[in-house]
Design a protein. Structure first.
Length: 411
């Protein structure tokens, strides 16, 4: 059993927990923007998480760690919890970080970086000091274990994070490398694109199901429609990329490569190709639409190649994109979901232009009667400009951007 931590958009913790349960993992605790979970069931009240101080887990847990990176849609990264301990002074921090068996995870040319420190309501409050002492403790452990006074640091980078909250330290090893919203299909994002992980969160919050038609009236680079297609056909979002864990010592050698290959094959076999999915997008900018079509082609081609590896010659239908202003749209089906990320004030040039756009968007209510709506924006005056109070509002913070999902249920 291993314990993992997954950061996510603030406000999406329950969505991520539900996804983890469906994938066979066991949520332990939630904090704003983070869910801690395990590969096996354990006492959710145990805040020490039964962490084995960095010991290399069994093969089935190494497979589960890879599966988490490969399959989870709504998390920004996956971390391995290397240790969790009470911490009120720097001596304890140094000793506990040094006690972790780091040498089993790294190759001898590793370059370890403590890339982020967060402290909240704790005696230790100097992030720079926490970072420096933790880095020194890791290298002290590695030097002692490998009988080396100086490490070459010429190889792959390994990232570590330290959180100290209410005097409880959490030591995390990054397993993802590039953030998980980097699916591998988007080469050009267009102007201010929505993150893929946030798009997946919106689909869950709107309770979208594959049989329900979906349209994005401001599709931009196509992220929402593409994420809908990946979800509808049960395509693992990480099939088109590699992960930072593949540079770690436990994932080297033939056995590890076989483990990774089996997880990819299992994910490919889980792809559903016999279901009816009606996903569309539109945008007024033809150049951006070409980018959306290219992104969708890459996303579906990645899935197609994975299917070929397991002997299935099925084609994943691409979402349909059309050039059109939202004011010219008409509902293609009696019922469905219109889910969009309309331009913010920053993208339109000024707040007045954004409010004028939101006001004119009310025409969609007549054009798509019988549909549900979801709009995500950072403009707090959206409801007033749109002319209708939302059925439900969901504040979401992704990165440094404070946004809100305005949900409208059909009348």
């Amino acid at each position: 059993m291993v314990t993992l931590a997954a950061p996510c958009a603030i406000g999406a913790e329950k969505v991520l927990s539900n996804e983890l349960i469906k994938l066979g993992f066991f949520p332990i605790s939630q904090a704003p923007g983070r869910v801690v979970f395990s590969t096996a069931n354990q006492d959710s009240g145990d805040q020490n998480y039964s962490v084995p101080m960095g010991q290399i887990p069994a093969a089935e847990d190494l497979a589960a760690i890879y599966r988490a990176n490969l399959c989870i849609r709504t998390a920004d990264r996956i971390y391995l919890v290397m240790a969790s301990f009470p911490c009120r002074d720097f001596d304890t921090l140094f000793d506990q970080v040094k006690a972790i068996e780091w040498q089993g995870w790294f190759k001898k040319d590793v370059r370890v970086v403590v890339d982020k420190v967060r402290t909240h309501q704790s005696v230790l409050s100097s992030e720079n000091s926490i970072q420096s002492i933790s880095h020194k403790a890791i290298y002290s452990r590695l030097g002692d274990a490998w009988h080396m006074s100086t490490l070459p640091e010429t190889g792959d980078r390994a990232s570590v994070r330290i959180y100290i909250e209410s005097n409880q330290a959490l030591v995390l090893l990054d397993l993802s490398g590039m953030p998980l919203h980097r699916r591998g299909y988007r080469t050009a994002g267009g102007e201010a694109p929505i993150r893929e992980t946030l798009a997946a969160i919106l689909l869950h919050l709107m309770n979208w199901r594959r049989k329900i038609p979906l349209h994005d009236a401001f599709c931009g680079s196509g992220t929402i429609p593409i994420e809908a297609v990946l979800y509808a056909y049960n395509i693992a979002p990480g099939l088109g990329r590699r992960f930072g864990l593949e540079d770690l010592a436990p994932y080297q050698g033939e056995n590890a490569l076989s483990l990774i290959s089996k997880e990819k094959e299992t994910a490919a076999l889980a792809i559903k190709t016999d279901c009816l999915v009606r996903v569309t997008g539109s945008d007024i900018d033809q150049k951006i639409l070409l980018s959306a079509q290219g992104n969708a082609e890459r996303a579906c081609s990645i899935a197609g190649r994975a299917l070929q590896v397991v002997g299935r010659d099925s084609r994943i239908p691409r979402p349909d994109f059309v050039q059109a202003s939202f004011s010219d749209l008409a509902a293609p089906f009696p019922e469905g979901l219109l889910l969009s990320n309309p331009p913010y004030g920053e993208r339109l040039g000024d707040n007045d232009s954004a409010l004028a756009l939101y006001s004119s968007m009310s025409s969609l209510l007549d054009a798509f009667q019988g549909w549900d709506f979801g709009f995500i924006t950072n403009n707090q005056a959206f409801e007033q400009a749109f002319g209708r109070k939302a059925t439900k509002k969901r504040p979401l913070r992704s990165g440094n951007l404070e946004t809100c999902l305005y949900q409208y249920k059909k009348e």
